[in-house]
Design a protein around this ligand. Structure first.
Ligand code: FAD
Length: 441
């Protein structure tokens, strides 16, 4: 891996994964008019996995990406492979009903198996490791929630466990947490190398990939579709939109069903071996139980990476980067503060915190809304899309496919108010802390 970091504290956005991934293939731009049975829009995990699985089944598929492979969340995320959905198993069964909910829970719990098997099958070099995932409790009040979560997953046969406060301190190397859920199904990878590896595997299986080819208009044309990109046109029978939080107006409906929110990360230079031996032992990665959660891990070269909720403006994000660096040192005072990288990306939230698969009209398929849990799930959903396009009935799929995607009527209002949510929640947190100090707590 290359390390192109410098010695300055990063104030401009500089994505660690872009800096350390090997060269990508020289994907062409769509220049002329082409035809395909299936067009996939979006070169993130959902679109790439869909294209790969479709091509493996002999389908003629073309993928169009506005920027480079992994331009969106798939090249910017924390690289934590987290099993399950944002909602707990019982909530999933309540929302989707006992049958569909149970199938979805089982499928989401097995999504890391699917991802790691795919990486093995296509020999994708992305520093994948399966050291498990920790969810440490930021407050003693969060422990009952973790206990319930563990019991619910055990009913589905998953061997989750609750670490005591001292075991958590031992694993993480900080005594800031009150216990932790340990899920051995989880792990980590280099997110951009993984996306590029999926693209290479899809192309090797026969998919044609065009980058720097943003779709500007989507029009009905006979039984199919006519997609106009910056420099070309693609006609297709079936259209699959996998643009998630980066969906704009040309993509039918998705942007009215999600709330895109910023998540930001900062990373250091490689930490000395002595520090790496003390914190986040055995390659474990973690996302805590705070409402605006903090997540952290080492990258494959031992750089400490920490992330959390970001802000909408670049000035606001600079503040979020500084806050993350402070939080890192508060959690791990021994860390070397050699900050090199800072970047962010958009997470797609849905109203019920569950992903959506929709087929709103013949020949149109949408998949989106992983609520910050997309490394494994988006990969797995790509395969579900391929099954669906291969003729599987909705009832035979492990996730519900609806005709109408679930609109989020308040999402546009929230888009306006969200820029205030960060500062307001920061003030509220400071007020609560001041109250606790006054009360001697
Ligand atoms: C900072 C951050 C940290 C995260 N951390 C984690 C984590 O640790 N673990 C986890 O499980 N999940 C995490 N997530 C969520 C995860 O990254 C996403 O759920 C997942 O990558 C979604 O993949 P996707 O393919 O659906 O969307 P994306 O990867 O966002 O891909 C959508 C693509 O569509 C393209 N596109 C949009 N419009 C057009 C158009 N008109 N024409 C052509 N192309 C277009 C975009 O350029 C983009 O590349 C994180 C997300 C962020 C932002």
């Amino acid at each position: 891996m290359r390390d192109m970091g410098n010695n300055e504290t990063a104030t401009v956005e500089d994505n660690l994964w872009q800096r350390t991934a090997g060269e990508d293939a020289a994907w062409p731009v769509l220049e002329e008019e082409r035809q395909a049975n299936i067009a996939v829009i979006g070169g993130g995990y959902t679109g790439l996995s869909a294209a790969l699985h479709l091509a493996e089944r002999g389908q003629e598929v073309v993928l169009l990406e506005a920027g480079g492979i992994g331009e969106g969340a798939s090249g910017r995320n924390g690289g934590q492979v987290i099993p399950g959905l944002k909602q707990d198993p019982e909530a999933v069964e309540r929302i989707w009903g006992p049958g569909a909910g149970r199938r979805a829970v089982a499928f989401s719990g097995a999504a890391p198996d699917l991802l790691f098997a795919l990486i093995d099958r296509h020999a994708i070099g992305c520093h994948a490791q399966r050291g498990g995932w920790l969810q440490p409790a930021a407050s003693p009040r969060h422990l009952p929630l973790l206990r319930r979560r563990i019991l619910q997953w055990r009913e589905h046969g998953a061997e989750l466990s609750l670490l005591s406060r001292s075991e958590t301190a031992e694993r993480l190397g900080t005594d800031a947490y009150h216990g932790a859920l340990f899920d051995p199904r989880g792990g980590s990878l280099h997110p951009l190398e993984y996306a590029r590896g999926l693209a290479a595997a899809a192309a090797a299986s026969g998919a044609r990939i065009f980058c720097r080819s943003p779709v500007r208009t989507v029009q009905r044309s006979g039984d199919g579709w006519r997609l106009v990109t910056r420099r070309g046109v693609l006609r297709c029978g079936t259209l699959v939109c996998c643009t998630n939080a980066y969906s704009g107006p040309p993509i039918p409906a998705i942007d009215r069903c999600i709330l895109p929110v910023w998540s930001v990360q900062v990373a250091t230079a490689p930490q000395p071996a002595a520090i790496r031996g003390r914190i986040l032992r055995d390659g474990v990665c973690a996302s805590d139980t705070r409402r605006l959660l903090t997540y952290f891990r080492f990258d494959p070269a031992g750089r400490f990476v920490i992330g959390g909720r970001g802000a909408f403006t670049s000035r606001g994000r600079a503040g979020a980067f500084a806050a993350l660096r402070r939080r890192a040192l508060a959690l791990f005072p021994g860390l070397e503060p050699s900050w090199r990288y800072a970047w962010g990306g958009l997470v797609a939230l849905t109203e019920n915190h569950l992903p959506q698969l929709a087929s709103p009209e013949p020949g149109l398929h949408l998949a989106f809304g992983y609520n910050g849990r997309g490394v494994a799930m988006a990969t797995a959903v790509g395969r579900v899309l391929a099954d669906r396009l291969g003729g599987a009935e909705p009832a035979d799929l492990p996730l519900p496919v609806v005709r109408r995607p679930r609109f989020w009527p308040h999402a546009s209002l929230l888009r306006w108010s969200l820029p205030l949510a960060g500062p307001v929640s920061g003030w509220a947190e400071r007020l609560r802390a001041a109250g606790r100090r006054r009360a001697g707590g």
